[in-house]
Structures are given as C-alpha cells and as structure tokens.
Write a protein that binds this ligand. Sequence first.
Ligand code: IMP
Length: 198
Amino acid sequence: MPDRPRLVIASGNAGKLREYRDLLAGTGFELVAFDNGVEEVGESYAENARLKAEAALAASGLPAIGDDSGIELEALDGFPGLRSARLGPTQTERTAELLQRLQGVPRPWEARFVCVVALAVSGQQTRFFEGECRGEVVPEWRGEAGFGYDPIFLVPGTGKTFGEMPPEEKRRYSHRAAAARALLGSGALQSVVEESTR
Ligand code: IMP
C-alpha cells in the first residue's frame, strides 16, 4: 500500500490536536502534529491561523493547517477574543480571570466560540474556513471533559457545558467541528490527496 499523504496540524495544544485527529479521521491523511511556536501577533483569527499554517508549510514542505480560536463575551464587547489564550499563565487562571471580569454583569452571559482554520498548500493561495458556536458562559465550572474554557461554556438546548460532553457530543456543536466541516465540504483536502498521488 502506498504511503498515505501527510497533513501537518500546526498546533501544540493537546486538546485541539485530539479534536483534529477525530474530525479529520477518514480523510486519508496521516496527521502530523507540529508546534512551531509561532507568536500570535496577528490582528484577526485568520491572520494568526495563516501565520501558523504557512510557517508549518515553510518548515516541512507539507500541506498544513493552522487554527486560531477564541471565546467572545457579548457583554464584554467580544473580549477576550483573540486574547483568549493570554488571560493568564494557566487555563485555571484564565477561566477565573474571565469569570472575575463578568462579576456584576447581569446574566445570561451570552458568548460564542470562534475558530478559523487556514489551509496552506505549496504553490496555492492559503484558504480559510470558519466556524462558530453560540452559547452562554456560566459562573460554575461543570465537567472535566474537553479543554480550555469548556467547563464554563453552556450549549443551548443541551443543559450541558462542553466540559460535560464526551467528544462525539461536543463535535455536534463546536466551532472547531463547524470549521472542519467547511474545510471537508470545500473539497480542498481531496484535491491535495489527488495531487499527492498523481
Ligand atoms: P489559540 O487558538 O491557541 O489562540 O487558543 C485560544 C484560547 O481559546 C485558548 O485559551 C483555548 O483554550 C481557548 N479555546 C479554543 N478553542 C476552545 C474549545 O474548543 N474549548 C475551550 N476553549 C477553547
């Protein structure tokens, strides 16, 4: 059997990597994790996703996806958004800091998760795929599944936070799953596979 084509996932975030391994299973790619330590200096999710994907492509010569994501609180004008990963040194402190900033703000704390995936392929323009998930931030930490802000993000109609959902349930609702569906539906990965086997 010929080697499977490889696709780099430009991330060192174990939670994201687990989700991509699940979301992209069945695409025919061997997924390779690569953390290039790119600084998130862009002014949009797309810019950061592009920086990660293009740096991975440049370093490896392989097609690469970069992901940038964040949580946005309506009552805080979209904060922390692009700064979601930098609210504190550990995720526990980041979650506590976000809840601290919401003290005194009337509930419900409407929020959304956003994810932009950039696909960088040699000789092609980088392409972008976006997903969002709307919900509500709750003050108590619920569940231990997932990663990041999952335990305080309540998904409407389910009565559960992402922290209380097994992976197959989170992927029905999540911003990352929606972005991955857009990527898969575009046919962009299929053409990478075809090129590599030509
Ligand atoms: P970045 O995309 O690596 O910049 O990370 C964005 C921040 O949002 C990190 O603090 C993540 O933990 C958080 N984040 C991104 N996606 C998710 C998710 O699916 N669940 C919970 N937190 C997330």
